[in-house]
Design a protein around this ligand. Structure first.
Ligand SMILES: NC(=O)c1ccc[n+]([C@@H]2O[C@H](COP(=O)([O-])OP(=O)(O)OC[C@H]3O[C@@H](n4cnc5c(N)ncnc54)[C@H](O)[C@@H]3O)[C@@H](O)[C@H]2O)c1
Length: 346
């Protein structure tokens, strides 16, 4: 089933891989991105992989009039996959209003336009951060949403509430919120991947930048947690698997398969890996040695989080196909490509 889909933040890490997956399924994609955390070069990467250049509009979604004009220009947009957001937890603590404006005003302006349509399909990028430190593991979609630990986390919780309220008064508006666990890896071609600006906030870019010599040593925050090896446990999901889930979710709405006009799915592998296991997996899959040291715990880190994937498996009919070794190998290949490109530029 081919249709015209708006992907906001489509030049970002998860968005770009999803654009590839959508185009490979025959969908026509229009990207909106303001390049605040991405590069226009990503468009060339997508084109190289799919042999098709998606339409691209450099729009800041905080500009309500531009969002309105966009939908007037593209009345045939059938669905929206909304990735565009600011995502640095620490920065959100320092600058909460930036995060509330960017992550919530943008969402509201999009929904205001979608409300006017006869049928509208909306996929929202949410996060396992809404569960905080869950009371039991693995985490199901029924686990309670805990008080957010940062303005960023709060934008995901409030974002979901805004979507629920919109769906409640408009049954032609159908939405799915996808709660990601820890997306990692890159397209196997190494044409697109994660492009952290400044010091990476996440473990995997920190690992690859350390292994390539951009950083001296990896800091492992705490080895005295109540886990088998004392380090924190997360559910690392390959971005290629994650991207495919968005296509499945969108097609579920297009094919009227939903059970209600707002649904939630956890997207993870169901398997938790500790920081030390990730380091071992990286060394095994790449043959690189990773210098690391154990330092104090970092404030705000939950001990362990991994998904119960049964609902996504049974109801969405989606499951992950790639393992941690493959994800880390692809992240490493991408890191080497990034350095190669930087050398050409300088
Ligand atoms: N990466 C993760 O670990 C993770 C985990 C859970 C949820 N998420 C969510 O998934 C989504 C995508 O994450 P990502 O890792 O691909 O992030 P990313 O920063 O790589 O991509 C986001 C894209 O949105 C664009 N953007 C931001 N604000 C915009 C605006 N006002 N107008 C237009 N474009 C704008 C950025 O330029 C960027 O290209 C985000 O909503 C994020 O909160 C990410």
């Amino acid at each position: 089933m081919s249709s015209k889909i708006l992907v906001t933040g489509g030049l970002g890490f998860i968005g770009s891989h999803t654009v590839v997956a959508l185009q490979e399924q025959g969908h026509e994609v229009v990207i909106i991105d303001n390049l605040s955390n991405s590069s226009i070069d990503v468009l060339a990467g997508i084109t190289k992989i799919t042999e098709k250049t998606p339409a691209f509009e450099n729009i800041d979604l905080r500009n309500k009039n531009q969002v309105k004009d966009f939908f007037e220009k593209h009345p045939d947009i059938e669905g929206v996959i909304h990735f565009a957001a600011s995502k640095a937890v620490g920065e959100s603590v320092e600058n909460p209003l930036l995060y509330y404006e960017n992550n919530l005003a943008s969402l509201i302006y999009l929904l205001q336009e979608l409300q006017l349509k006869e049928n509208a399909y909306f996929i929202f990028s949410s996060s396992c951060t809404v569960y905080g430190q869950a009371d039991s593991l693995p985490i199901t979609e029924n686990a309670p949403v805990k008080k957010a630990e940062s303005p960023y986390g709060n934008t995901k919780q409030v974002g979901e509430e805004i979507i629920i309220d919109t769906a409640r008064i408009n049954e032609n508006f159908k939405a799915i919120s996808l709660r990601y666990f820890n997306p990692i890896g890159a397209h196997p071609s190494a044409e697109i991947g994660e492009l952290p600006i400044g010091t990476p906030q996440n473990l995997i870019p920190f690992i690859t930048q350390t292994a390539i010599g951009k950083r001296e040593e990896l800091s492992v925050f705490g080895d005295d947690y109540p886990t088998p090896d004392g380090t924190c446990i997360r559910d690392y999901i390959h971005v290629m698997d994650l991207a495919k889930a968005h296509v499945v979710a969108l097609e579920r709405l297009q094919q009227n398969k939903e059970e209600s006009n707002f649904e939630v799915f956890n997207l993870g592998t169901g398997k938790g890996s500790s920081v030390l296991e990730v380091i071992k997996s990286f060394e095994r899959s790449t043959g690189e040695k990773l210098p690391y040291k154990i330092v104090d715990r970092r404030e705000g880190d939950v001990v362990a989080a991994y998904a119960d994937t049964q609902k996504a498996n049974d109801v969405l009919g989606w499951k992950t196909e790639k393992n941690l070794d493959e994800a880390l190998k692809s992240a490493w290949d991408w890191q080497k490509e990034v350095v190669k490109r930087e050398e050409v530029e300088n």
